[in-house]
Design a protein around this ligand. Structure first.
Ligand SMILES: Cc1cc2nc3c(=O)[nH]c(=O)nc-3n(C[C@H](O)[C@H](O)[C@H](O)COP(=O)(O)OP(=O)(O)OC[C@H]3O[C@@H](n4cnc5c(N)ncnc54)[C@H](O)[C@@H]3O)c2cc1C
Length: 430
């Protein structure tokens, strides 16, 4: 076994960070583990809808990668390409200078970017929900809409400002729609011109039902519960385009909405698409051991890779629980290769899934057990709390949740205006 070498990991999400931590524990200190990420934090995406609904603080759903992966060399810089023959990753900095880092093993764990252009107009007028920045900006925008609705004297304009269309009835769409309805309903009492029932949230799904991966009975329960609360759920309806004032559906129907949110459409990072590695449906095609036949020292895991699951022969879905398990296994396989042992194929039995639907309700499945309502909501919180990587964040998140039980959610609009912006908008002071 070689006592020296370098593993370079591209991506600081669930897959990349877990792989870095595992490799650091298992490889001799002569091995350098280098992690490149666009941000210096790991974002706990399952909690982004709660950030949008202002029931948890945005800072509490991210962790510093440096603190999580001690002993790993963290570089907050985007990788822009690969030179597989020279075994190097390439980074071009903001000044155009190129730097290269050599590797003995390379792990690609860069996730999947959102592709807004999948629906005409979504890129221009829609709001994505993928990153911490997306969630924080959307939360701020929704609070600004409440403020505008309070100021306007035109009831039609108020209606439009308080109308939100969420495109995509999967887990993300359902959770975001539920969180927004909660935010608007709970906050209405602080506004004199806004009634609790004035906000309209439309959830639009192109398939025959929402929450496709869950059982039909749970999906029906979720839909009925959300409808009873006043959510407008449309299934089997495709969105033809997004405009400045709403979404256009087939047959010339239009839903007027001041905010349109995209919970559909994954794309591929250009640096991966141009890498020459085999791809299918926007994901890297890897072996069961998660590397490439032509380049066994290159591995790919997480959302960006179509990893076959030896448990049932299916391709792994784009879920954090799969990304994390793949990371553990890829670390084991890299160590095996270094130590001259055979690799193992990825095999994982999914444990279950939960989805928040708003108003302290959720639906979920653990193995064959189906749960719904408040019990499911409690289980969702217990499971995700247990998964939080640091004690500090566990305390902060528990504090946020406890706060929500006794106090109203935070409707402070975090203004990003600096003096310069205020002067540009309102004129220089005299
Ligand atoms: C709103 C939302 C809710 C979700 N809810 C759930 C849920 O409840 N349960 C569940 O299991 N899954 C959920 N998911 C899916 C889950 O978040 C993903 O499956 C998971 O994040 C995949 O992990 P990953 O490491 O492959 O990719 P990501 O977490 O997306 O991380 C990719 C990383 O690569 C970095 N990167 C990208 N390009 C470059 C580059 N050029 N150079 C360097 N770094 C780069 C990014 O900055 C990022 O750090 C949700 C996702 C979203 C968006």
């Amino acid at each position: 076994m070689s006592n020296m070498g370098r593993v370079v990991i591209v991506g600081g999400g669930f897959a990349g960070v877990e792989a870095a931590r595992r490799l650091r524990k298992r490889l001799a200190t002569g091995w350098e583990i280098v992690l490149y990420s666009r941000e210096n934090h790991l974002c706990f995406s399952p909690m982004l809808p709660e950030v949008v609904g202002s029931s948890v603080d945005a800072h509490h759903v991210v962790w510093s990668i440096r603190e999580m992966a001690l002993g790993v060399l963290c570089r907050t810089a985007p990788v822009t390409g690969f030179d597989f023959d020279a075994k190097q990753v390439v980074h071009v900095d903001h000044l155009g200078n190129e730097t290269r880092e050599s590797y003995d093993h390379l792990v690609i764990a860069a996730g999947l970017p959102v592709r807004l252009e999948i629906i005409p107009g979504m890129g221009e007028f829609g709001w994505p929900i993928k990153t911490l920045g997306d969630a924080a900006a959307l939360r701020n925008h929704l609070i600004a809409q409440l403020e505008r609705a309070e100021v306007t004297e035109d009831p039609e304009e108020r209606k439009a400002l308080l109308s939100v269309a969420v495109v995509g009835g999967g887990f993300t769409g359902v959770e975001v729609a539920g969180a927004i309805l909660d935010l608007f309903r709970d906050s209405a009492r602080f506004y004199s011109r806004i009634g609790e029932r004035d906000a309209q949230v439309h959830l639009i799904e192109g398939g025959p039902r929402i929450l496709g991966p869950l059982s039909e009975s749970l999906a029906k329960f979720a839909e009925a519960k959300m409808r009873r609360r006043g959510m407008q759920v449309r299934v089997g309806v495709s969105v033809e385009g997004v405009e400045v004032d709403g979404v256009r559906l087939g047959g010339d129907e239009k839903i007027v909405a001041g905010t349109v949110i995209s919970a559909v459409g994954n794309g591929t990072h250009p640096f991966i698409a141009h890498s020459g590695l085999p791809m299918e449906r926007g994901r890297l095609v890897v072996t069961g051991a998660m590397n490439f036949e032509e380049r066994p020292e290159v591995w790919a895991i997480g959302d960006c890779a179509a990893v076959p699951n030896a448990h049932d022969g299916s391709i792994s879905p784009t879920l954090a629980q799969f990304a994390t398990r793949q990371a553990r296994q890829v670390a084991g396989n890299i160590v095996s290769v270094i130590e001259g042992r055979p690799t193992q194929p990825f095999a994982y039995t999914p444990q279950g899934m939960f989805c928040l639907i708003g108003h302290r309700n959720a639906v979920g499945q653990i193995y064959s057990l189906r749960v719904s309502g408040f019990v499911a909501w409690m289980m969702w919180h217990a499971i995700y709390w247990a998964k939080m990587p640091t004690v500090a964040r566990k305390v902060q998140i528990a504090g946020d949740w406890a706060w929500n039980l006794f106090f109203p959610r935070d409707i402070v609009e975090l203004s990003s205006d600096q003096t310069r912006d205020i002067e540009a908008k309102h004129g220089k002071p005299l």
